[in-house]
Write a protein that binds this ligand. Structure first.
Ligand code: DGY
Length: 324
């Protein structure tokens, strides 16, 4: 058995066994060197890492001179310093595709839930406050037939657009780094500038990864360009939105509401004003969180790790240039 691997996230038992058949696996709860000598010495010998949601940068990599592959159980990899990994010849593997449809389902849940005020009115019912037929003060807004603006028409964005177009007869706008001829043909999506998308959409749906270009992409100015009856949906990464600006926009009626699965700080602090706002739906980062999809992601992350360690396979590799 030639590879040492640090596992820093629970895996289904059968996958853990598969990993152990091929590697010497040491299990830790995090990648924090402060957890002590056993971790630091395992890290010094590690050829592979597998887990999720831990920062990996120069400081940690300095302690891992033998590292060859890091396999994250996520499609997003903003918690990795990719330039540092690449500079040191470490392959970074991630799990695209297997979570696309599940995450799109969740984003559509946010669209429906904000527009129809489902969470807020569910709470009203539970509290015994439903004592007469609801009146206009509890009405929501239609989703079908409205304009859905997708910022980031990648795999997940396209799956959301497809739901909107085919299921809800929505008019689809999108803004992206590159145009998607395929989406334009298949679902009639129309490419436009971010400003145009903000001004014309009833639902502005963010599905972009976090990068220097997308951090605070939506701030006070951009929120001010949205229609007052429009909703902001964020299923990508929290820091893409200036959260304080969003809170103020929700408090002051600049926009009608927000459906959020991601936040600047996660878990969302319990004193966040977002939790007190009736027009904000706040989910705990559950985009891919179904039994089926989380298993598929874990399985793919194990496969990615083994294939990269054993064969230097670049399938699902973020920085294939390391091998080339
Ligand atoms: C991802 O895979 O990046 C999702 O956000 C779940 O972490």
């Amino acid at each position: 058995m030639s590879f040492n691997v640090i596992q820093y996230e629970n895996l289904p038992e059968d996958l853990e066994r598969r990993l152990q058949e091929h590697c010497r696996v040491t299990r830790f709860d995090s990648l924090n060197p402060a957890q002590g000598e056993p971790f630091v010495s395992a890290l010094a010998d590690a050829h592979g890492l597998i887990g999720v949601n831990q920062e990996v940068g120069a400081e940690l990599l300095d302690l891992a001179p033998n590292l060859r592959v890091a396999s994250t159980i996520s499609v997003g990899y903003d918690h990795f310093d990719v330039a540092e990994l690449t500079g040191r010849g470490v392959m970074l593997m991630h799990t695209p595709e297997v979570l696309t449809e599940t995450t799109a389902d969740m984003i559509f849940t946010l669209i429906l839930c904000t527009a129809r005020r489902a969470a807020e009115l569910h709470e009203m019912t539970r509290q015994g406050l439903w004592q007469a037929a609801v009146g206009a003060e509890h009405f929501g807004r239609d989703v079908h037939g409205k304009t859905l603006g997708i910022v980031g028409l990648g795999r997940i964005g396209t799956a959301v657009a497809r739901r909107g177009r085919l299921g809800f007869n929505m008019n689809i706008l999108y803004h992206n780094r590159t145009r998607s001829v395929e989406a334009e043909k298949q679902i009639g999506a129309r490419y436009c500038s971010l400003d145009e998308l903000l001004a014309d959409s009833d639902f502005v749906c963010l599905v972009v990864p976090l990068s220097d270009q997308t951090r605070k992409l939506i701030s006070r100015e951009e929120l001010g360009k949205m229609k007052p009856e429009a909703y902001l949906i964020n299923g990508g990464r929290g820091p893409v939105v200036d959260e304080q600006a969003l809170i103020e926009a929700l408090e002051n009626g600049v926009i009608a509401g927000a459906g959020l699965d991601v936040y600047e700080q996660e878990p969302l602090p319990t004193d966040s004003p977002l939790l007190r706002l009736a027009n904000a739906v706040t989910l705990p980062h559950i985009g891919s969180a179904t039994h089926e999809t989380r298993y598929a992601m874990a399985e793919l992350a194990v496969d990615n790790l083994l294939a990269a360690l054993q064969d230097r396979s670049t399938r699902n590799c973020v920085n294939p240039e390391v091998v080339g």
